[in-house]
Design a protein around this ligand. Structure first.
Ligand code: LRH
Ligand code: MN
Ligand code: MN
Length: 386
């Protein structure tokens, strides 16, 4: 196989999971803008996700958020997905939108609130059993706003206890993915604020617990690729929530704000063997001012482009330059790959997969956007601005 053929073979097997909530209406704290034609229920979200997969060929799974995607029959929802060539992906828990969670969920000072939160997490594992999902994705809005508000250390103990109970409930082929976030909604302390805290909990729990890196959840200037390299090295990278940020948790399209950062992250993934392993590549975005389905198609393509560039890095030349201490030479090797226009390569990949080489144009021509505007009236809100 030529090197180009090898790169194309990897790109054909890539899988990017799209989030159900990106298909629904969403907004900011200030306004949710309703768009025409948005899904009215989880089934219709899957119908839209099927279009993203149809035109990109690399988005075969969809993440659910409970209770935003609550249905009576999850096995039927999984069949609805299968009928459209999809599978249900990670189950995202939600312990942040009830009044009871004002002071936290699994870290709350009141044991009865903690019980309610853990019961929700256990219910999410029941849903995984019904849907065939492998990953439980946990993000906690827990934290405090004022010094002294609660005991920082006791909250870690409560968190550890809750995670241990849920971990015990996991099946043999199920995993727990723990997501960290620097701040928001809590502003003084956050109970899982960074990868170190998430890693410490996952390490104590065992091999089925891994860390999720949401690219929007760091302080400005954080070197995310270093975190990725470290977690991969430790066998503790569970997956990504890809999105773009300019300021905080902006949830813009992956690769839109900083394609170079996405390339650097994907290079560490390739370097660390993360493409052939069990790392979940998920999007976690919301599209407030742009059309949703094309925005998700574009995001998937941006991940593909960053991956293609990462695969094109001449690792032999890079290694030689690094060993020789050739700083500029090594940097040039990396920048050569980043500066390569990989769009022709990806067009070839799509043609070889029997797809239209231009997914954006193919979707626009398909008539799906007009059809859903005509047929769906009163689309639902994703639940929260994500
Ligand atoms: C939190 C978060 C987390 C949630 C999603 C909707 O900011 O990134 O992944 O589940 O947004
Ligand atoms: Mn996220
Ligand atoms: Mn987020």
């Amino acid at each position: 196989m030529t090197e180009r053929a090898a790169v194309k073979a990897v790109l054909k097997t890539q899988a990017v999971e799209t989030p159900s909530w990106a298909y629904g209406n969403s907004g900011t704290r200030f306004k949710v803008f309703a768009q025409q034609g948005v899904p009215r229920d989880p089934m219709e979200k899957l119908d839209d996700a099927a279009k993203v997969h149809e035109f990109t060929g690399v988005a075969p799974t969809v993440a659910l958020h409970i209770p935003w995607d609550t249905v009576d029959d999850y096995a039927a929802l999984a069949r609805h997905a299968e009928d459209r060539g999809l599978r249900l992906g990670a189950i995202n828990s939600n312990t942040f939108q009830d009044d009871d969670y004002r002071l936290g969920s699994v870290c709350h000072p009141d044991a009865s609130v903690r019980r309610k939160a853990v019961d929700h997490l256990l219910e999410c594992v029941d849903i995984m059993d019904a849907t065939g999902s492998k990953d439980l994705k946990l993000w906690f809005a827990d934290g405090t706003n004022y010094p002294g508000q609660d005991d920082i250390r006791a909250r870690q103990d409560r968190l550890a206890e809750a995670l241990a109970e849920v971990y015990e409930r996991l099946g043999d082929d199920q995993r727990m993915l723990l997501e960290y976030k620097l701040f928001e909604p809590a502003f003084y302390t956050t109970d899982v604020p960074d990868w170190g805290t998430a890693y410490a909990h996952c390490l104590r729990l065992g091999p089925k617990a891994r860390v999720v890196v949401d690219t929007g959840h760091h302080a400005p200037g954080t070197n995310i690729e270093f975190i990725v390299a470290t977690l991969l090295r430790e066998g503790k990278l569970g997956g990504f929530d890809f999105n773009s940020r300019f300021y905080a948790d902006d949830d813009l399209m992956a690769g839109a704000a900083d394609p170079f950062q996405l390339f650097r992250i994907m290079y560490e993934v390739v370097r660390g063997g993360g493409l052939s392993g069990d790392v979940a590549f998920m999007l976690d975005q919301c599209h407030n001012v742009e059309s949703k389905i094309p925005a998700i198609v574009r995001s998937v393509m941006n991940v593909q482009e960053a991956t293609a560039k990462a695969l094109l890095v001449d690792r032999d030349a890079l290694g030689a330059a690094q060993r020789a201490g050739d700083v500029l030479g090594a940097n040039a090797v990396l920048m050569d790959a980043f500066s390569t226009d990989v769009r022709p390569l990806l067009r070839e990949v799509r043609e070889e997969m029997g797809l239209d080489p231009d997914p954006m144009a193919a979707y626009a021509r398909s008539g799906w956007a007009e059809k859903i505007v005509a047929e769906r009236v009163g689309g639902e809100q994703a639940g929260w601005g994500a």
